[in-house]
Structure formats: C-alpha cells, structure tokens
Design a protein. Structure first.
Length: 323
C-alpha cells in the first residue's frame, strides 16, 4: 500500500524542466589582425577567430541572425560570414573604403558609407548587387536609419554634417551642421531623434528628426582627462529609450546619459581608445571595443561596474551581439 501511495504522489508531482541558458555570442572586428573574434557570452572566452578581408571595421548581423556582414575597408568590399560554419561564404560590392553601414529594417538592403568617393552605396542583398549611389559630403562615415526605413542619416567627417536621405527618392533632403568630425548616427527607437557623435568636437548633437534641428548638444567632462582626449564615437540606447551610452575614445570612458534630461549620470572606465559598444540581449551588460589595449570590456549595468576585460586581438573596433 505504501509503495502504491508513493507511486501516486510521484506521478502527481509537477515535473520541473530546466530552462535552457540562452547565452549570447559576441562578434568583434579586429582591424589589425583582419579577423573576427567570437566570444561566448556565458564563459566570456574566445571560441573562434575567423579570417576576413583587410582592415575590418563595421559589422552587423543579417535580419535572421544567420550571417554577419563585415566592412573590409582595404579590400573595398563587404564580406558575408556564415555564422554556423564560421566561414566567409561570399562578398558584396561596397565601393571604395567602406567603414560603416546600416541594414534596412526589412533586411534586404545595406547602406554603406564609402570614405574615399564621398558616396553612400545601396546594396541589394538578395541579388548581391550594388543598385545605387548617393552623393554626400566629404569622408562619409556614420550610418543610421529610421525605424520605418524611410530616412537614412549619413555623417561626413570633413563636411561636419549629418545628411538626411530619403531612401525612396535616394536623395539628400536635408543637412544639419554638427561639431567637428561626426562619427556615428543613431536613431532613437521611437524615431523622434537622431544622436550624432562628433569625435574632435567631443560632443553629441541630438537632432529632432522631423524639424532637422539640433535640440540639445551634450558635452562631457571627465576629471583628470584633457578635453581634447574626450572624443565621442560609438552610441547605443536602451530599448525603453531611457538610457544612452557614448564611447569617448582616448578618454577611455563610457558616458551614461539620462535621455530625459540629457544629463550625464556617470562614467565607466574601460580599456584604452574605446570605439564602439553593444548590449547583451537582456541589456544587463554592455560590451565595448578598446582599440589600443586590444580588449573587450564587459560592463554590468545592474551593478554599474566593469566586471571583465577580454583580450580579443589587434585593434578591436566593431562589436555586435547575437542572442
């Protein structure tokens, strides 16, 4: 009887099935090694290094997350890396010296900034062909796109402008003057603002996307750091739109900004010559590429502290995270 009762109780008990741990994979472009370093988000260890074209900088994931697009600047092309096999499977025609690009919301087009010919090249991904070019300012660099895909923003380093481009007309429809050497353009998720970092100016200009007017200029001050060493480059914003993070180059800091007040809340000391940054999928971590110290810094955003430095290779520049 006791045996039968035990059996009944066992069968009635809820079965607890462990949920799988969904650790992310971090991809880092090392421009001096001509490699993509692959880092496991659980162990924070390098699991692979993949050879790509020369001087890789900008990287982004395909819409379905199965491929990684890599700007190979010195080879004048975009390499397409198959994530499952860890191999470059083909390349896309970018134009001369591609550095940064942005993927259209539907995943079918890449808009590429080509520094050497002052053009933005439009690549049709399914056909693997360049289908258009848009003339912009001198030394185009940053690329941002509105959530609906209708407006593209390109920054030109020498012209010191953010160019607003109508993606349907494939034409510049507005220009906004910003501070010296603009680098990155990032739309807020609601599409209302475009944040543009200026490297030499050391500022971030917040532009109203509708009026194309600068509504706020964010400046940075780091105790003990020369003003000329504070050079704003990479930008990321949380999905809820409340926090923004800006890489400050030779200042070796990440600034956290309250987007409601546009005030700097704190600075994180990371590696040397920080370039770009990316969130973990749950936004509990922030990863930064540090070009001179050759490492990836890991910031715990719940505890507001840097928890690890990972050596990844020669001159890490771009970073993206795959869930």
């Amino acid at each position: 009887m006791r045996s039968l009762l035990c059996t009944i109780l066992f069968l009635a008990a809820p079965v607890l099935i462990a949920e799988p741990v969904l650790a992310e994979t971090i991809f880092v472009s090392n421009e001096k090694d001509n490699q993509i370093a692959v880092v496991d988000g659980d162990s924070l260890q390098i699991t692979n290094k993949i050879k790509v074209g020369r001087r890789p900088r900008g990287i982004t994931l395909s819409a379905d997350g199965t491929q990684l697009y890599v700007c190979a600047g010195d080879d004048n092309r975009v390499d397409v890396l198959d994530i499952a096999s860890g191999k470059v499977v083909h390349s896309l025609p970018s134009g001369p010296d591609p550095e940064l690009f942005v993927l259209s919301p539907d995943g079918n087009r890449l808009y590429v900034a080509n520094e050497d010919d002052n053009m933005v090249t439009i690549i049709d991904i399914p056909s693997r062909k360049a289908v258009g070019n848009i003339q912009v300012g001198v030394e185009p660099e940053g690329m941002g796109i509105s959530p609906d895909g209708k407006i593209l923003v390109n920054t030109s380093e020498t012209t010191n402008m953010a160019h607003f481009i109508d993606t349907e007309k494939r034409a510049v429809v507005g220009n906004v003057l910003v501070d010296s050497r603009p680098r990155v353009a990032r739309f807020s998720d609601d599409g209302k603002h475009v944040w543009v970092s200026s490297e030499i100016g050391g500022t971030v200009s917040v532009i109203d996307a509708a009026t194309r007017k600068v509504v706020k200029k964010i400046r940075f001050e780091v105790t003990g750091v020369r003003r000329e060493a504070i050079q704003a480059v990479g930008i990321q914003m949380t999905r809820d739109g409340k926090r923004a993070f800006v890489a400050l180059g030779p200042a070796n800091r990440i600034a956290e900004i309250d987007t409601g007040s546009f005030e700097v809340k704190r600075y994180f000391l990371v590696g040397q010559r920080v370039w770009n940054l990316a969130f973990s999928p749950d936004e509990k971590r922030l990863y930064t590429t540090n070009g001179i110290s050759n490492d990836l810094s890991v910031i715990d955003l719940e505890r507001n502290k840097v928890i690890k430095s990972i050596p990844v290779g020669g001159a890490p520049w771009g970073v993206v995270v795959k869930p």
